[in-house]
Structure formats: C-alpha cells, structure tokens
Design a protein around this ligand. Sequence first.
Ligand code: GLC
Length: 421
Amino acid sequence: MWPRFTKSCSKREAMLMREIETETPHACRVVILQPAAELGGAERSLLTLLQERSAVQLDASVILPRSGPLGVALSSLGVRWEVVDQPRALLRQSRGPRPGTLVCAAILPFQLPAYLRRLATALRAQAPDVLYSNGIKTHVLSAIVAPWLRVPLVWHVRDFCRGPILARLADRVPSGIIANSHAVAADLTRRMRHPEKVSVVHNAVDLTIFSPDGPCSAVALQRPAIFRVGLPAVLARWKGHLLLLDVVQQICARVPGTIFFIIGGAIYDTVREHGYEQELRREIVRRGLEESVIVTGFQNDMVPWYRAMDVVVHTSTKPEPFGRTVLEAMACGRPVVAADAGGIPEFVTHGENGLLYPMGDKGALAARVMALLADSTLRCRLGAAARQQVERSFSAKRHASQIAAVLRTAVRSSCRVGVPR
Ligand code: GLC
C-alpha cells in the first residue's frame, strides 16, 4: 500500500512541511468524499467543520453521490461541491439481510469499476493534499482509490463496525483515522494492529445557532399541551421510536396533557428502512395514540423544535456511536433523557447535565421522563448545566482544529514516507 513508496515530496507537500515547521499554516487542500447527500448527523457534523474551514486553513471541496439537501447547505456556506453519480445499487445498500439487499449486491460488481474510474478522474482533477472520507461506504471506496491516486487518506469513523473487514482496511490504507467517540474508537481498535492511528474528536455544535433563547417552533406550540417531549432522530428502526410509543400511554396516564413529537424524516433511502415511516404511522393509529404523538417529518432547522420541548429523549435501541441530536438539545439548554450506551455517556453525566437510563429499558425511560416532567427545578438545573457543558467542551473551533491537525499530520507523514504523486 502507499506508505511503503519512496519518492520525494511534491512542491506542495514540501511547502506544507515547511509551514508546519514554522507554524504558519498554508491552506491544506482537502477533498471530502461524502456517502450521502441528505442531512443526517454525519452531514451536520461535516457542515460544522466546514463553517470553520478558513479559521483552520482548510481549502475544502466535497464529492457527493447525488445532488440533495447537503449540496444546498454546502452552497450556502460557499463550499465547492460536485456530484459523481453513484450507482443506485450502491446508494441503496445498507447492512442487514432484507429482501432487495441481495439484488443490489448482485448488480453492484457490474457497476462499480466504471464508478470508481469516474471517481478517480474527479479526484485527480482536484489534486488534493489529502482525502477525507465521511462514512462507511466511502471508507471502502476511498481505500481503493487513494492508493491508486497515491493521496494520503483520513477516515472519519462515525459508526460501530460489524465484522473485521473495516478494521483490516483501517490498518492498511488510511494514514489517519478520526473516531467520533471513545466508544467507536475502542470498537475499531480492538480489531486493529495499529490503533495509534486512531484519534477521538468529539462532535461539536455551533453555539450561536444552537442556543436556548430565540424563536420556538410555531407548529409545536400550536398544539395545546401542558408538556412537550421530543424525540429528534432520523426515521430508522434502530432509533427506537417504537420504544417511545411503548411508554406514551403510561406517561400520559400519569402526566395528562403531555404531547410527544417525533421529529425527523426517513431521509436515507436504504433498503433496510424502506416503508418504516408508514409502519410507524400505522402503529400510532393501531395503538390509538394519534392525539398524543405527532410525527413532524424532516425538519431542516431543528433549533426552534428543541426550544419548544420541555424534555428531549433519545431512545436508540443500539449503542449510538455519538448521538449528535442529544448534544444539539443540550446546547439549546434542554434537559435530556438518553440511553446509557455508546458515545452518550462521554458527554451526558447522569443527574448532572441530563438523565441516563439503561438502553432499551422502557420502565426506566418512562420513570426518568416522568421525574423531569414532575420537577421544573430539576429541568432548569439540568438544562443549564447541559448548555454549560457544551460551551466548555464542544465548540466548533475545537472540533475543526482537531480535525485539521489530523489532516495535516496525514499530509506530513505521507510526505515523510514519500507518497509519490
Ligand atoms: C452518525 C452517528 C451518530 C453521530 C453522527 C455524527 O450519524 O450515527 O451517532 O452523532 O454520525 O458523528
């Protein structure tokens, strides 16, 4: 693989070496490979990074698999992007044995080589100093094209990887790996021979946008309610909407006038999540919960929704790699009730800045939500401490400079070992 090549640095790399030594950084040219064009957690996190790009001297452009809301958001930030159309079979690929997955997998080998060639051509034209991959699909694709183009590669790993393949590639190809939590890093490194290339960079939110004061969602306030409880998450099965439905009746019986908002859309058109929104809506009707549970659909601006909630819950039934929506709610000064698994306990401390419950435990989830609804002083105390915690440790500046440092180190080390161009 590329780190073994020995050839001298290009002029640009030599310049980067000099600037690192003299600590006057020049812009580092990074091309970002993005697996999805929707606005999920990984994409919002990327936008938070790109907002700070000039402060950390990154000259960034993005390659998308198709046009979509992320492209629009990038344009409004003034970030260059282009689409290299991904084969549909690859776009819809998701893990898990569901009908359709096999068909997609069967077509894929015929479409992949041409796609990889198009991707390589687009990348070559941009002559990046470093490639940055922002999701599992692009981790695999970039592990093929980066050695081919002899460009250093950094992965931003935001998911738990099942099986050893990703860890094997992680050992061989990328020179730097960023994990979004210690939980994700531990999961990956336990299968790796070179764990030293993994650094943890926690997510961040823009504290001026995600703030407690400002307009609340008029749509949420329109509904007469004594308390509003929100579950912000993409409509995917593992986000645990059914777990929430399981506790709605119990909570409404004890705290009448509580309305639950399921905030989010079925944004990823993958085989696994196909039809989930309809299933969820049917389930709400079947349980007779139409008056107590509102499904809002996708919301581009989440901030007014957070502000309108008395409590924000997180109900994922699998460990959350990080749990960005929980951090966003905390930045808006909301008291949160979150599952004690994955990355969440790295920023939520039970009883200090939120409440935790054992993942999947309905009884405990209901008890924590009811405890908060019953006690306005507790809600205020946890909400204020949550905001302080985000201000202290999760600023966008800290996030961008840590990521930029990993990118620059990758360029520098590839230069040292002489990755040829
Ligand atoms: C992925 C993870 C989520 C995390 C986000 C940002 O979407 O599933 O837990 O918050 O990436 O890193």
